[in-house]
Design a binder for this molecule. Structure first.
Ligand SMILES: Cc1cc2nc3c(=O)[nH]c(=O)nc-3n(C[C@H](O)[C@H](O)[C@H](O)COP(=O)(O)OP(=O)(O)OC[C@H]3O[C@@H](n4cnc5c(N)ncnc54)[C@H](O)[C@@H]3O)c2cc1C
Length: 387
Protein backbone atom coordinates (compact mmCIF):
# COMPACT_ATOMS: atom_id res chain seq x y z
CA UNK A 1 0.00 0.00 0.00
CA UNK A 2 0.97 3.63 -0.44
CA UNK A 3 1.46 5.19 3.00
CA UNK A 4 1.33 8.74 1.80
CA UNK A 5 -1.88 10.73 2.11
CA UNK A 6 -3.78 11.49 -1.05
CA UNK A 7 -4.47 15.19 -1.62
CA UNK A 8 -7.95 14.81 -0.11
CA UNK A 9 -6.63 12.92 2.89
CA UNK A 10 -4.02 15.60 3.45
CA UNK A 11 -6.71 18.27 3.40
CA UNK A 12 -8.88 16.22 5.78
CA UNK A 13 -5.95 15.69 8.15
CA UNK A 14 -5.41 19.45 8.15
CA UNK A 15 -9.07 20.03 9.02
CA UNK A 16 -8.92 17.59 11.95
CA UNK A 17 -5.68 19.16 13.23
CA UNK A 18 -7.16 22.64 13.00
CA UNK A 19 -10.15 21.49 15.05
CA UNK A 20 -7.90 19.93 17.69
CA UNK A 21 -5.74 23.03 17.88
CA UNK A 22 -8.77 25.25 18.36
CA UNK A 23 -10.87 23.06 20.63
CA UNK A 24 -8.50 20.85 22.60
CA UNK A 25 -6.20 22.82 24.90
CA UNK A 26 -3.54 21.08 27.01
CA UNK A 27 -5.77 19.59 29.67
CA UNK A 28 -7.61 17.51 27.06
CA UNK A 29 -4.43 16.12 25.61
CA UNK A 30 -3.48 13.35 27.96
CA UNK A 31 -5.19 10.13 26.89
CA UNK A 32 -7.53 10.35 29.78
CA UNK A 33 -10.71 8.67 30.79
CA UNK A 34 -13.25 10.36 33.00
CA UNK A 35 -13.50 9.38 36.62
CA UNK A 36 -17.00 7.92 36.40
CA UNK A 37 -16.93 6.02 33.13
CA UNK A 38 -15.26 6.20 29.79
CA UNK A 39 -18.35 6.18 27.70
CA UNK A 40 -20.08 9.49 27.45
CA UNK A 41 -20.62 10.66 30.99
CA UNK A 42 -18.03 11.29 33.60
CA UNK A 43 -16.21 14.32 34.80
CA UNK A 44 -16.97 17.80 33.63
CA UNK A 45 -13.91 18.14 31.44
CA UNK A 46 -14.73 15.01 29.49
CA UNK A 47 -18.33 16.11 29.13
CA UNK A 48 -17.20 19.44 27.68
CA UNK A 49 -14.90 17.61 25.31
CA UNK A 50 -17.72 15.30 24.27
CA UNK A 51 -19.94 18.31 23.58
CA UNK A 52 -17.27 19.96 21.46
CA UNK A 53 -16.80 16.87 19.31
CA UNK A 54 -20.59 16.45 19.06
CA UNK A 55 -21.07 20.08 18.06
CA UNK A 56 -18.54 19.58 15.26
CA UNK A 57 -20.66 16.58 14.14
CA UNK A 58 -17.87 14.02 14.66
CA UNK A 59 -19.21 12.06 17.63
CA UNK A 60 -20.66 9.28 15.49
CA UNK A 61 -18.16 9.54 12.66
CA UNK A 62 -19.28 6.30 11.02
CA UNK A 63 -23.07 6.63 11.35
CA UNK A 64 -24.90 7.72 8.20
CA UNK A 65 -25.84 11.40 8.15
CA UNK A 66 -29.57 10.66 8.18
CA UNK A 67 -29.18 9.27 11.73
CA UNK A 68 -27.10 12.15 13.03
CA UNK A 69 -23.69 10.73 12.14
CA UNK A 70 -20.91 12.22 10.05
CA UNK A 71 -21.10 9.57 7.31
CA UNK A 72 -17.31 9.42 7.02
CA UNK A 73 -15.53 6.98 4.75
CA UNK A 74 -13.25 4.36 6.31
CA UNK A 75 -10.15 6.41 5.52
CA UNK A 76 -11.66 9.61 6.93
CA UNK A 77 -12.46 7.78 10.17
CA UNK A 78 -8.95 6.34 10.23
CA UNK A 79 -7.32 9.75 9.83
CA UNK A 80 -9.64 11.26 12.45
CA UNK A 81 -8.76 8.58 15.00
CA UNK A 82 -5.06 8.78 14.19
CA UNK A 83 -5.00 12.54 14.63
CA UNK A 84 -7.03 12.42 17.85
CA UNK A 85 -4.61 9.84 19.24
CA UNK A 86 -1.54 11.78 18.09
CA UNK A 87 -2.84 14.84 19.90
CA UNK A 88 -3.49 12.77 23.03
CA UNK A 89 -7.25 13.33 22.91
CA UNK A 90 -9.65 10.45 23.48
CA UNK A 91 -12.49 10.04 21.00
CA UNK A 92 -15.56 10.26 23.22
CA UNK A 93 -17.82 7.80 21.36
CA UNK A 94 -18.25 4.90 23.76
CA UNK A 95 -20.29 1.73 23.48
CA UNK A 96 -23.52 3.50 22.52
CA UNK A 97 -21.97 5.19 19.53
CA UNK A 98 -19.50 2.44 18.65
CA UNK A 99 -21.42 -0.77 19.27
CA UNK A 100 -25.14 -0.62 19.86
CA UNK A 101 -25.86 2.43 17.65
CA UNK A 102 -24.58 0.79 14.44
CA UNK A 103 -26.47 -2.40 15.34
CA UNK A 104 -29.70 -0.43 15.71
CA UNK A 105 -29.04 1.40 12.44
CA UNK A 106 -28.56 -1.87 10.61
CA UNK A 107 -31.12 -4.18 12.20
CA UNK A 108 -33.83 -2.16 13.97
CA UNK A 109 -37.15 -0.86 12.67
CA UNK A 110 -37.67 2.83 11.85
CA UNK A 111 -39.65 3.31 15.08
CA UNK A 112 -36.84 1.78 17.12
CA UNK A 113 -34.27 3.96 15.38
CA UNK A 114 -36.35 7.08 16.07
CA UNK A 115 -36.67 6.19 19.73
CA UNK A 116 -33.24 4.74 20.49
CA UNK A 117 -30.65 6.63 18.44
CA UNK A 118 -31.14 10.29 19.54
CA UNK A 119 -30.58 9.54 23.26
CA UNK A 120 -27.29 7.84 22.38
CA UNK A 121 -26.05 10.94 20.60
CA UNK A 122 -27.28 13.28 23.33
CA UNK A 123 -25.56 11.20 26.00
CA UNK A 124 -28.86 10.46 27.74
CA UNK A 125 -28.62 6.69 27.26
CA UNK A 126 -25.28 5.35 28.46
CA UNK A 127 -24.93 1.70 27.49
CA UNK A 128 -23.12 -1.21 29.03
CA UNK A 129 -22.69 -4.56 27.32
CA UNK A 130 -24.40 -7.64 28.75
CA UNK A 131 -22.98 -10.50 26.73
CA UNK A 132 -20.74 -12.58 29.03
CA UNK A 133 -22.14 -14.94 31.64
CA UNK A 134 -20.40 -17.18 34.18
CA UNK A 135 -20.60 -20.07 31.70
CA UNK A 136 -20.41 -18.07 28.50
CA UNK A 137 -17.32 -16.00 27.73
CA UNK A 138 -15.16 -17.26 24.88
CA UNK A 139 -18.03 -19.61 24.11
CA UNK A 140 -20.52 -16.76 23.96
CA UNK A 141 -23.20 -18.75 22.17
CA UNK A 142 -23.67 -20.70 25.42
CA UNK A 143 -25.62 -17.79 27.04
CA UNK A 144 -28.31 -19.04 29.41
CA UNK A 145 -30.11 -15.88 30.55
CA UNK A 146 -33.71 -16.69 29.59
CA UNK A 147 -36.18 -14.37 27.88
CA UNK A 148 -39.72 -15.78 27.71
CA UNK A 149 -42.36 -14.02 25.64
CA UNK A 150 -45.45 -12.92 27.57
CA UNK A 151 -47.81 -10.83 25.42
CA UNK A 152 -46.10 -7.59 24.46
CA UNK A 153 -43.23 -8.24 26.80
CA UNK A 154 -40.40 -10.63 27.51
CA UNK A 155 -39.65 -11.83 31.03
CA UNK A 156 -35.92 -12.11 31.75
CA UNK A 157 -34.30 -14.34 34.35
CA UNK A 158 -30.60 -15.03 34.76
CA UNK A 159 -27.22 -13.44 35.22
CA UNK A 160 -24.52 -11.57 33.34
CA UNK A 161 -20.93 -11.05 34.46
CA UNK A 162 -18.02 -8.71 33.65
CA UNK A 163 -20.51 -6.02 32.66
CA UNK A 164 -18.10 -3.06 32.52
CA UNK A 165 -19.34 0.23 34.00
CA UNK A 166 -22.76 -1.24 34.84
CA UNK A 167 -22.97 0.96 37.94
CA UNK A 168 -22.74 4.14 35.92
CA UNK A 169 -24.72 3.08 32.84
CA UNK A 170 -28.48 3.44 32.53
CA UNK A 171 -29.08 1.18 29.50
CA UNK A 172 -27.76 -2.23 28.50
CA UNK A 173 -27.64 -4.26 25.30
CA UNK A 174 -27.70 -7.97 25.95
CA UNK A 175 -28.10 -11.42 24.51
CA UNK A 176 -30.77 -13.73 25.93
CA UNK A 177 -31.89 -17.25 25.14
CA UNK A 178 -35.36 -17.25 23.62
CA UNK A 179 -35.40 -20.86 22.36
CA UNK A 180 -33.66 -23.33 24.67
CA UNK A 181 -34.41 -26.25 22.32
CA UNK A 182 -32.78 -24.78 19.21
CA UNK A 183 -29.08 -25.32 18.39
CA UNK A 184 -27.21 -22.87 20.60
CA UNK A 185 -26.44 -20.19 18.00
CA UNK A 186 -30.03 -20.22 16.79
CA UNK A 187 -31.98 -19.68 20.01
CA UNK A 188 -30.60 -16.27 21.06
CA UNK A 189 -32.19 -12.81 20.75
CA UNK A 190 -30.69 -9.33 21.04
CA UNK A 191 -32.28 -6.80 23.40
CA UNK A 192 -31.73 -3.26 24.61
CA UNK A 193 -33.31 -2.12 27.88
CA UNK A 194 -33.07 0.43 30.68
CA UNK A 195 -31.25 -0.68 33.81
CA UNK A 196 -33.45 1.10 36.36
CA UNK A 197 -36.39 -1.32 36.12
CA UNK A 198 -37.72 -3.69 38.81
CA UNK A 199 -35.81 -6.96 39.08
CA UNK A 200 -32.38 -5.74 37.91
CA UNK A 201 -29.59 -5.87 40.48
CA UNK A 202 -26.05 -4.65 39.83
CA UNK A 203 -23.25 -5.93 42.03
CA UNK A 204 -19.70 -4.61 41.57
CA UNK A 205 -16.76 -6.99 41.45
CA UNK A 206 -13.94 -5.22 43.27
CA UNK A 207 -10.76 -5.76 41.28
CA UNK A 208 -7.20 -6.12 42.56
CA UNK A 209 -6.64 -2.37 42.69
CA UNK A 210 -9.95 -1.57 44.37
CA UNK A 211 -11.80 -0.52 41.22
CA UNK A 212 -15.50 -1.27 40.77
CA UNK A 213 -15.71 -0.98 37.00
CA UNK A 214 -16.56 -4.64 36.44
CA UNK A 215 -19.94 -5.84 37.63
CA UNK A 216 -22.32 -8.75 37.81
CA UNK A 217 -25.89 -8.02 36.80
CA UNK A 218 -28.83 -10.14 37.92
CA UNK A 219 -32.29 -10.35 36.33
CA UNK A 220 -35.29 -11.60 38.27
CA UNK A 221 -38.62 -11.55 36.42
CA UNK A 222 -37.55 -8.41 34.57
CA UNK A 223 -40.21 -7.30 32.08
CA UNK A 224 -38.85 -5.88 28.83
CA UNK A 225 -41.15 -4.54 26.08
CA UNK A 226 -40.98 -6.72 22.97
CA UNK A 227 -40.32 -3.50 21.07
CA UNK A 228 -36.84 -3.50 22.63
CA UNK A 229 -35.86 -6.69 20.81
CA UNK A 230 -33.56 -5.74 17.94
CA UNK A 231 -34.06 -7.83 14.83
CA UNK A 232 -35.91 -11.10 14.60
CA UNK A 233 -36.42 -13.44 17.51
CA UNK A 234 -33.69 -16.11 17.70
CA UNK A 235 -31.45 -14.21 15.24
CA UNK A 236 -29.59 -12.37 17.99
CA UNK A 237 -26.33 -14.25 17.53
CA UNK A 238 -26.03 -13.14 13.92
CA UNK A 239 -27.00 -9.59 14.84
CA UNK A 240 -24.36 -9.50 17.56
CA UNK A 241 -21.75 -10.78 15.11
CA UNK A 242 -22.54 -8.23 12.43
CA UNK A 243 -19.42 -6.79 10.92
CA UNK A 244 -20.08 -3.22 10.02
CA UNK A 245 -18.42 -1.10 7.44
CA UNK A 246 -16.54 1.11 9.82
CA UNK A 247 -12.94 1.58 10.72
CA UNK A 248 -11.65 -1.22 12.96
CA UNK A 249 -7.91 -0.96 12.56
CA UNK A 250 -6.92 -0.34 16.18
CA UNK A 251 -4.99 2.75 15.09
CA UNK A 252 -5.95 4.79 18.16
CA UNK A 253 -4.50 2.16 20.52
CA UNK A 254 -1.30 1.76 18.50
CA UNK A 255 -0.68 5.50 18.35
CA UNK A 256 -1.55 6.01 22.03
CA UNK A 257 0.99 3.38 23.06
CA UNK A 258 3.67 4.95 20.91
CA UNK A 259 2.91 8.39 22.34
CA UNK A 260 3.23 6.99 25.83
CA UNK A 261 6.66 5.57 24.96
CA UNK A 262 7.79 8.93 23.61
CA UNK A 263 6.51 10.71 26.72
CA UNK A 264 8.24 8.32 29.10
CA UNK A 265 11.58 8.15 27.26
CA UNK A 266 13.14 11.28 28.87
CA UNK A 267 12.11 10.08 32.35
CA UNK A 268 14.10 6.92 31.77
CA UNK A 269 17.39 8.78 31.48
CA UNK A 270 19.91 7.37 33.90
CA UNK A 271 17.88 4.23 34.48
CA UNK A 272 18.78 2.40 31.31
CA UNK A 273 21.38 -0.34 31.24
CA UNK A 274 22.39 -1.53 27.76
CA UNK A 275 20.01 -4.43 28.12
CA UNK A 276 17.10 -2.16 29.02
CA UNK A 277 17.94 0.28 26.25
CA UNK A 278 17.77 -2.62 23.78
CA UNK A 279 14.45 -3.75 25.24
CA UNK A 280 13.00 -0.25 25.01
CA UNK A 281 14.12 0.03 21.40
CA UNK A 282 12.56 -3.35 20.64
CA UNK A 283 9.28 -2.27 22.23
CA UNK A 284 9.27 0.98 20.29
CA UNK A 285 9.92 -0.83 17.01
CA UNK A 286 7.12 -3.24 17.87
CA UNK A 287 4.78 -0.29 18.40
CA UNK A 288 5.64 0.80 14.89
CA UNK A 289 4.74 -2.70 13.68
CA UNK A 290 1.37 -2.37 15.46
CA UNK A 291 0.85 0.92 13.68
CA UNK A 292 1.68 -0.59 10.30
CA UNK A 293 -0.74 -3.44 11.01
CA UNK A 294 -3.44 -0.85 11.64
CA UNK A 295 -2.64 0.79 8.29
CA UNK A 296 -2.94 -2.59 6.63
CA UNK A 297 -6.38 -3.29 8.12
CA UNK A 298 -7.62 0.18 7.17
CA UNK A 299 -6.35 -0.25 3.63
CA UNK A 300 -8.18 -3.59 3.33
CA UNK A 301 -11.39 -1.91 4.43
CA UNK A 302 -10.80 1.01 2.14
CA UNK A 303 -10.70 -1.47 -0.73
CA UNK A 304 -14.05 -2.91 0.37
CA UNK A 305 -12.62 -6.05 2.01
CA UNK A 306 -13.68 -7.24 5.45
CA UNK A 307 -10.70 -7.82 7.76
CA UNK A 308 -11.02 -11.15 9.49
CA UNK A 309 -7.94 -12.82 10.96
CA UNK A 310 -6.11 -9.53 10.29
CA UNK A 311 -8.23 -7.85 12.98
CA UNK A 312 -7.32 -10.70 15.36
CA UNK A 313 -3.64 -10.13 14.57
CA UNK A 314 -3.97 -6.47 15.52
CA UNK A 315 -5.85 -7.26 18.73
CA UNK A 316 -3.39 -9.98 19.75
CA UNK A 317 -0.22 -8.09 18.86
CA UNK A 318 -1.27 -4.74 20.34
CA UNK A 319 -2.66 -6.05 23.62
CA UNK A 320 0.32 -8.35 24.22
CA UNK A 321 2.72 -5.54 23.32
CA UNK A 322 0.99 -3.13 25.71
CA UNK A 323 1.32 -5.67 28.46
CA UNK A 324 5.00 -6.25 27.67
CA UNK A 325 5.66 -2.51 27.65
CA UNK A 326 3.85 -1.85 30.93
CA UNK A 327 5.59 -4.76 32.63
CA UNK A 328 8.96 -3.41 31.44
CA UNK A 329 8.17 0.10 32.67
CA UNK A 330 7.22 -1.04 36.15
CA UNK A 331 10.46 -3.01 36.36
CA UNK A 332 12.51 -0.07 34.99
CA UNK A 333 11.11 2.30 37.60
CA UNK A 334 11.32 -0.24 40.41
CA UNK A 335 9.30 0.49 43.55
CA UNK A 336 8.38 3.96 42.28
CA UNK A 337 6.80 2.41 39.22
CA UNK A 338 4.34 0.61 41.46
CA UNK A 339 3.00 3.77 43.10
CA UNK A 340 -0.33 5.27 42.20
CA UNK A 341 -1.02 8.99 41.85
CA UNK A 342 -0.90 11.02 45.04
CA UNK A 343 2.10 9.18 46.50
CA UNK A 344 3.78 12.39 47.71
CA UNK A 345 5.20 12.99 44.24
CA UNK A 346 7.16 9.72 44.21
CA UNK A 347 4.85 8.14 41.62
CA UNK A 348 5.93 8.15 37.98
CA UNK A 349 3.98 10.04 35.30
CA UNK A 350 1.22 10.83 37.82
CA UNK A 351 0.85 7.17 38.70
CA UNK A 352 0.15 6.18 35.11
CA UNK A 353 2.95 3.61 35.01
CA UNK A 354 1.39 1.58 37.80
CA UNK A 355 -2.17 2.09 36.56
CA UNK A 356 -1.20 1.17 33.02
CA UNK A 357 0.14 -2.22 34.06
CA UNK A 358 -2.97 -3.19 36.01
CA UNK A 359 -5.05 -1.90 33.08
CA UNK A 360 -3.09 -3.75 30.40
CA UNK A 361 -3.55 -7.23 31.82
CA UNK A 362 -7.30 -7.40 31.10
CA UNK A 363 -6.81 -6.12 27.54
CA UNK A 364 -5.50 -9.57 26.63
CA UNK A 365 -8.81 -11.04 27.90
CA UNK A 366 -11.59 -8.53 27.16
CA UNK A 367 -13.09 -8.64 23.68
CA UNK A 368 -11.71 -12.14 23.03
CA UNK A 369 -8.69 -13.64 24.79
CA UNK A 370 -5.24 -13.96 23.24
CA UNK A 371 -5.71 -17.75 22.99
CA UNK A 372 -8.95 -17.29 21.07
CA UNK A 373 -7.25 -14.77 18.72
CA UNK A 374 -4.42 -17.25 18.14
CA UNK A 375 -7.01 -19.90 17.29
CA UNK A 376 -8.59 -17.59 14.70
CA UNK A 377 -5.22 -16.72 13.16
CA UNK A 378 -4.22 -20.40 13.05
CA UNK A 379 -7.50 -21.55 11.50
CA UNK A 380 -8.64 -18.72 9.26
CA UNK A 381 -5.28 -17.10 8.57
CA UNK A 382 -2.92 -20.03 8.25
CA UNK A 383 -5.49 -22.70 7.36
CA UNK A 384 -4.20 -25.06 10.07
CA UNK A 385 -6.46 -28.01 10.93
CA UNK A 386 -8.34 -28.07 14.24
CA UNK A 387 -7.33 -30.23 17.20
C1 LIG B 1 -11.67 -5.86 31.72
C2 LIG B 1 -12.75 -6.70 31.12
C3 LIG B 1 -13.91 -6.07 30.69
C4 LIG B 1 -14.95 -6.83 30.17
N1 LIG B 1 -16.11 -6.19 29.82
C5 LIG B 1 -17.15 -6.91 29.39
C6 LIG B 1 -18.39 -6.27 29.12
O1 LIG B 1 -18.54 -5.06 29.27
N2 LIG B 1 -19.43 -7.02 28.72
C7 LIG B 1 -19.31 -8.37 28.52
O2 LIG B 1 -20.29 -8.98 28.12
N3 LIG B 1 -18.15 -9.03 28.79
C8 LIG B 1 -17.07 -8.32 29.22
N4 LIG B 1 -15.88 -8.96 29.51
C9 LIG B 1 -15.82 -10.41 29.43
C10 LIG B 1 -14.91 -10.92 28.34
O3 LIG B 1 -15.51 -10.80 27.08
C11 LIG B 1 -14.58 -12.37 28.70
O4 LIG B 1 -13.84 -12.36 29.90
C12 LIG B 1 -13.77 -13.07 27.63
O5 LIG B 1 -14.53 -13.23 26.47
C13 LIG B 1 -13.28 -14.45 28.13
O6 LIG B 1 -14.32 -15.19 28.65
P1 LIG B 1 -14.23 -15.85 30.10
O7 LIG B 1 -13.79 -14.81 31.06
O8 LIG B 1 -15.53 -16.53 30.37
O9 LIG B 1 -13.08 -16.91 30.01
P2 LIG B 1 -13.18 -18.37 29.38
O10 LIG B 1 -13.86 -18.28 28.06
O11 LIG B 1 -13.77 -19.28 30.41
O12 LIG B 1 -11.67 -18.72 29.17
C14 LIG B 1 -10.82 -19.24 30.21
C15 LIG B 1 -9.48 -19.56 29.59
O13 LIG B 1 -9.64 -20.58 28.59
C16 LIG B 1 -9.13 -20.13 27.35
N5 LIG B 1 -9.96 -20.58 26.23
C17 LIG B 1 -11.31 -20.53 26.15
N6 LIG B 1 -11.73 -20.98 24.95
C18 LIG B 1 -10.62 -21.29 24.25
C19 LIG B 1 -10.39 -21.82 22.94
N7 LIG B 1 -11.39 -22.07 22.11
N8 LIG B 1 -9.11 -22.02 22.56
C20 LIG B 1 -8.06 -21.76 23.40
N9 LIG B 1 -8.22 -21.27 24.65
C21 LIG B 1 -9.48 -21.04 25.07
C22 LIG B 1 -9.15 -18.60 27.42
O14 LIG B 1 -8.20 -18.02 26.56
C23 LIG B 1 -8.84 -18.35 28.89
O15 LIG B 1 -7.46 -18.37 29.11
C24 LIG B 1 -14.82 -8.23 30.04
C25 LIG B 1 -13.63 -8.85 30.44
C26 LIG B 1 -12.61 -8.11 30.99
C27 LIG B 1 -11.35 -8.80 31.42
Amino acid sequence: MDYRDSTEQQAWRGEVRAFLEAEAPGEYRVMRRPAVDSYGRGDELFQTWRNRVARRGWLASHWPKEYGGAGMSVMEQFVLKEEFALSGCAHPGGRGVEMVGPTIILHATDEQRDELLPPILSGEHIYCQGFSEPGAGSDLAAVQLRAVRDGDEYVLNGQKIWTSNALSCNWIFLLARTDPDAPKHKGISYFVMPMDVPGVTVRPIIDMVGGNELCETFYEDVRVPASYRIGEENRGWYIAMTTLDFERSGIAGAVALQQRMIRLAPTLKGRLTDERRALFADLYLSSEVARQMAYHVASLQDRGQVPNYEASMVKLFSSELTRRFDTAMVSFFGLQGQLYAGSNGYDVDEGRVARALSGSIPTTIAGGTSEVQRGIIAGRGLGLPRG
